[in-house]
Ligand binder design. Structure first.
Ligand code: GAR
Length: 189
């Protein structure tokens, strides 16, 4: 049974799906939720499910690798970024290379990189007149949205869609696929 840490900065709807899914999985469980925001909704979701939480600060995360000790104490095997908006520092990539994945709400390599998160992604996709969008689940390296792709799923961008309409459709796709893709990744560890 592998221990998963979910890193998230916001609402945490994907974190919720992951926590719930892994309550039933023989391969892993979400045993830690990490956030950089004290008032992030994801922390309430974790508490509601009895999952331990940890808060990181910018200084603590980027100036030293002390947080590795927390991950080791909790015996974390695998890290899932689910709406986590900070760049993952080199020490963490190095310690967990091949064992950190991220979900991105577009078809990378398009609409990725710094500043491309959440609704900004969908605004850019709609503004460009794309006919389809989707999700990308990928390995995490030292650069935003650049690690190897593990999985993509597509959905249409419909005529008249607002960024909010598209965000909803893409989020549904995330909820449907993310836990299973993480479980498949755990199976290969
Ligand atoms: C998700 O759509 C995720 O793909 C996106 O943030 C949202 C978080 O929603 N991540 C990024 O944009 C990363 N570049 P949630 O908090 O409800 O899971």
């Amino acid at each position: 049974m592998k221990n998963i840490a979910v890193f998230a900065s916001g609402t945490g709807s994907n974190a919720r799906k992951l926590i719930e899914y892994f309550k039933q999985s023989p391969l892993g469980r979400v045993s830690l939720v990490v956030s950089n925001k004290a008032n992030a909704g994801v922390l309430d979701i974790a508490r509601e499910h009895g999952v331990e939480t940890a808060l990181i600060t910018r200084a603590g995360f980027y100036e030293n690798d002390d947080f590795l000790q927390v991950l080791r104490e909790k015996k974390i095997d695998f890290i899932v970024l689910a709406g986590f908006l900070w760049l993952v520092p080199a020490w963490l990539v190095k310690a967990y290379r091949g064992r950190i994945v991220n979900i991105h709400p577009a078809l990378l390599p398009k609409y990725g990189g710094k500043g491309m998160y959440g609704i900004h992604v969908h605004e850019a996709v709609v503004a460009a007149g794309e006919r389809e969008s989707g999700i990308t689940i990928h390995q995490v390296n030292e650069h935003y949205d650049e690690g190897d792709t593990i999985f993509q799923a597509r959905c249409p961008v419909l005529p008249g869609d607002t960024a909010a309409d598209l965000a909803k459709r893409v989020l549904t796709l995330e909820h449907r696929h993310f836990p299973e893709v993480v479980e498949q990744a755990l199976a290969t560890l």
